[in-house]
Design a binder for this molecule. Structure first.
Ligand SMILES: Nc1nc2c(ncn2[C@@H]2O[C@H](COP(=O)(O)OP(=O)(O)OP(=O)(O)O)[C@@H](O)[C@H]2O)c(=O)[nH]1
Ligand SMILES: [Mg+2]
Length: 434
């Protein structure tokens, strides 16, 4: 099975917690604060490995987690940061956020990488909270949670040229004689089930990548035959070689077949028809082929395709192959890359990363649950709670101050909260003190 689309869950590591500690020196009775910061949590990074060709490795492995940062230490030492988790993907992988559908990255070059889930920063140790008024603070922060999200990976192979046509017209055979690829070839339809890739090298030094596609038939856009899902693999190609079997062994009209394939392409994406197409008349070594080719040319002269280049070949005798490759290379030289995403730009790295920004205006809601408790929801408020060290009263007092700073006290009052009412944030319940 060929896997070219898959959704994975990634969870970056949490930052290590900051520490509350004090200096203990022999002759210093009241040492200052000495609790270090937590280490950074590991991020999750997608990175291109040129050697990979499919997303197969993801079949049984959907969840990726990075390690948490280590706790801050005494003597002001920062905890160890966690290693990033690197996931290898094949070149041509696009990445989307599952929820929003937003394009996060289009990974094409070898070693190209993108951080898709940022590890949390380490919490600050009590060293950072000392002030003239409070020289020995029992305050530290917990580490920031790592980003967790689901992303959809989609592979669109990197080929310059796509081979398209009905089943059994000789696409795989052509690939096997112009490149060193060894695709499966068969006298029956739908021999090719997944795209095959090969590299063509010309004597003049030019080279290009060719993708051999599974055969298309009428109705493919509606799922007939193998359907057209795999056409995503020709979205990056610049030139299409449209193979038409001229032998007539299939009893089909080669010209009608040609029209049907173009109709299916248009149904998948009308932009595909804007790509230059070279018509390749195949199996010209067979006795009936010349006659069928002449008929084909007469019919196409009546259509909008009248100016198309038609090149006869035989993969058996190799007749016409040299010219086909020359013309294809010339056509590639004259054809710029087509934009893969008409209206979308991959978002920049920063924009894909969610970061906690304490200066941002807090955004929260307050609702009363069935017990009458006031439940506060909001990403920032919840994150602040998660980063609060609940073991030290001073940390809790700082939390209370921060909530007040966010306007939560005021909002609770406005929602009708009275002294002694219960308030809940995440898993934490406390009494409202007015
Ligand atoms: N005589 C002759 N037979 C050919 C030629 N090219 C391909 N064939 C034969 O045609 C049949 C189909 O060839 P394939 O290359 O598997 O065709 P395909 O287009 O890849 O077919 P699917 O993968 O099923 O879509 C095989 O039996 C080949 O041997 C040719 O140039 N001359
Ligand atoms: Mg084939």
């Amino acid at each position: 099975m060929f896997i070219d689309q898959i959704t994975i869950t990634v969870k970056a590591g949490k930052g290590g917690d900051g520490t509350v500690a004090f200096r203990r020196e022999k002759f210093v009775p009241l040492g200052g604060p000495a609790g270090g910061d937590g280490g950074r949590g590991g991020s999750i990074i997608l990175k291109v490995d040129e050697g990979l060709r499919t997303l197969m490795d993801f079949r049984y492995h959907h969840i990726f987690k990075a390690k948490n940062g280590e706790r801050g230490m005494n003597k002001g030492m920062t905890g160890r940061g966690a290693k990033d988790t690197i996931i290898s993907v094949p070149p041509g992988t696009t990445v989307r956020d599952e929820k929003s559908g937003q394009l996060l990255a289009d990974l094409v070059a070898d070693q190209q990488a993108v951080v898709i889930a940022q590890g949390g920063r380490g919490g600050r140790g009590n060293i950072h909270f000392a002030s003239p008024k409070n020289p020995a603070p029992e305050i530290s922060e917990n580490g920031e949670p790592g980003v967790e999200r689901r992303v959809t990976l989609e592979l669109k192979v990197l080929a310059d040229v796509g081979l398209i046509g009905f089943p059994s017209v000789g696409k795989s055979t052509l690939l096997s004689v112009i490149t060193s690829a060894k695709p499966k070839i068969g006298a029956y339809h739908f021999t090719t089930l997944v795209p095959n890739l090969g590299m063509v090298s010309l004597e003049d030094g030019r080279s290009f990548a060719v993708a051999d596609m599974p055969g298309l038939i009428e109705g493919a856009a509606n799922g007939v035959g193998l359907g057209i899902e795999f056409l995503r693999h020709i979205e990056r190609t610049r030139v299409l070689l449209h193979l038409v079997d001229m032998s007539g062994t299939d009893e089909e009209d080669p010209f009608a077949d040609f029209g049907k394939i173009n109709d299916e392409l248009a149904k998948y994406d009308p932009n595909l028809l804007k790509r230059p197409q070279i018509i390749v008349a195949t199996k010209m070594d067979l006795p009936t082929s010349a006659e069928h080719l002449a008929e084909f040319k007469a019919k196409i002269a009546e259509t909008d395709y009248r100016d198309s280049l038609i090149l006869p070949i035989s993969a058996v005798t190799h007749a016409g192959l040299k010219q086909l490759l020359q013309e294809t290379a010339d056509c590639l030289d004259a054809t710029p890359a087509f934009p893969l995403y008409q209206d979308e730009e991959p978002v920049t790295e920063e924009a894909t990363l969610y970061r906690f920004d304490p200066d941002q205006k807090p955004n929260f809601t307050i609702e009363q649950d069935e017990t009458g408790a006031f439940v506060i929801h909001g990403e920032q408020v919840e994150k602040l709670y998660q980063m609060t060290d609940l073991q030290h009263d001073e940390s809790l007092m700082r939390f209370a101050r921060q909530l007040r700073g966010m306007g939560i006290d005021e909002a609770l009052r406005a929602a009708g909260a009275k002294n002694g009412d219960l308030v809940q944030i995440d898993e934490f319940r406390f009494e409202f003190v007015d």
